[in-house]
Write a protein that binds this ligand. Structure first.
Ligand code: BG6
Length: 368
């Protein structure tokens, strides 16, 4: 049942090319249009939406953070991301012009369920992004975009996360399509890029042994830092969460730009710092993150840099470089997270932990 793998989690990491391809399947017409028939909220209603609130817990919440960047860029609707457990209890502003997007792999998380119940009571429309057919959250939503990742057994989410990202991109592009987007060509370009993701994820998986070697070199370390900026920030948070969940190690994700406002004080010599570098591009983001690598290196940190293949600028400041296939910035988390999943899985295995059933955690938490 584990298909020759030691853990369900490792098997699920390796299933990601297929899971992503299946999530895209049938959702793009030959005419270059997005088809999301499952969205049973009328285009008229969706055109009137003036705010989007994205709700989730844990990994799903990080997928929501990426979604905010993508949706605001493509659709130009203000988008908030909120932890489901915080949402209901702070008297949030939601009304019939609000679209609530609930992200949940299991579809049974009590915090998320209570949050959408509250949103619907206020007249808000709810779209679920979910991996489990017929589960409670989709049943209580107006519409659902299913991620077709197949059952996820490992408690730490992997293919659940990357397919949530894909579903969020699809939702963003769909909203852009029906609201008439000024970047019409961009929809097609992004769809083309999405179709190429399975092959690029596969390329990263083909080099898993490099990440495993790194895991064995670092397995005696007890504190880890993950840095990223823009959508690399939630990817960094997700890398840190994987290590907490299954390796029980102290790991923190920070927005790289915040480093100088506090976190740099905790850098010790030899501390492993993973840095996700945005693709080299038009803006200055890339160069700023490269400066952050220099800054932590200067304090003796061991730098593990995830950067676009062929990015010459990072080499001199990196103890280890993990090359990522070329992709546009907004889609980069789908690739960046894969080596981080492999790393956490291998460290946890080396430490002798039960990777699929980590202590103190449950796959779906059905109490608030
Ligand atoms: C947690 C799980 O309790 O719930 C996490 O341990 C998961 O892995 C989170 O990300 C949210 O779960 P779901 O099913 O709502 O996506």
């Amino acid at each position: 049942e584990k298909g020759g793998f030691d853990w369900f989690m490792r098997k699920e990491i390796f299933e990601q090319p297929k899971a992503i391809a299946d999530t895209l399947l049938g959702r793009y017409s030959a005419r270059g249009e997005l088809v999301l028939d499952e969205i049973r909220i009328s285009p008229e209603t969706l055109r009137r939406i003036d705010k989007i609130v994205i709700i989730g817990c844990g990994t799903a919440h990080y997928a929501g953070m990426v979604a905010k960047y993508a949706i605001e860029h493509w659709v130009r609707i203000p988008c908030e991301v909120e932890l489901a457990s915080e949402f209901r209890y702070r008297d949030p502003i939601v009304n019939p012009q609000t679209l609530c997007v609930a992200i949940s792999q299991s579809g049974e998380t009590a915090d998320t369920l209570q949050a959408i119940r509250h949103a619907r009571e206020q007249g808000s429309h709810v779209i679920a992004i979910c991996n489990t057919n017929g589960s409670t959250i989709p049943r209580e939503s107006d519409a659902v975009i299913y991620t077709h990742a197949g059952p996820e057994i490992g408690v730490a989410s992997t293919k659940g996360f990357t397919t949530q990202l894909v579903a969020c991109y699809l939702l963003g592009l769909y909203l852009a399509q029906i609201r008439g987007m000024k970047y019409g060509d961009e929809i097609r370009d992004v769809m083309d890029e999405l179709q190429q993701l399975p092959a690029k994820v596969q390329e990263l998986l083909d080099h898993a042994s490099t990440v495993y070697e790194l895991a064995h070199q670092l397995a005696d370390q007890e504190d880890y830092i993950f840095l990223g900026r823009h959508v690399g920030y939630p990817a960094a948070l997700e890398g840190a969460l994987k290590l907490k969940e299954i390796a029980y190690l102290h790991s923190e994700g920070f927005a790289a730009g915040e480093l100088k406002h506090g976190p740099i004080a905790i850098i010790n010599p030899d501390m492993p710092v993973f840095v996700i570098v945005p693709p080299q591009g038009r803006d200055q983001l890339h160069d700023k993150v490269v400066s952050n690598i220099q800054e932590v290196r200067a304090r003796g940190a061991r730098t593990i840099v995830l950067a676009e293949q062929g990015d010459e600028h990072v080499v001199q400041f990196a103890d280890t470089v993990i090359g990522l296939p070329t992709v546009s910035t907004l889609l980069q988390p789908v690739l960046a997270v894969v080596p981080l999943q492999l790393f956490a899985c291998e460290v946890a295995t080396a430490l002798g932990n039960d990777v699929d059933q980590p202590r103190n955690l449950a796959k779906s938490v059905t109490v608030e």
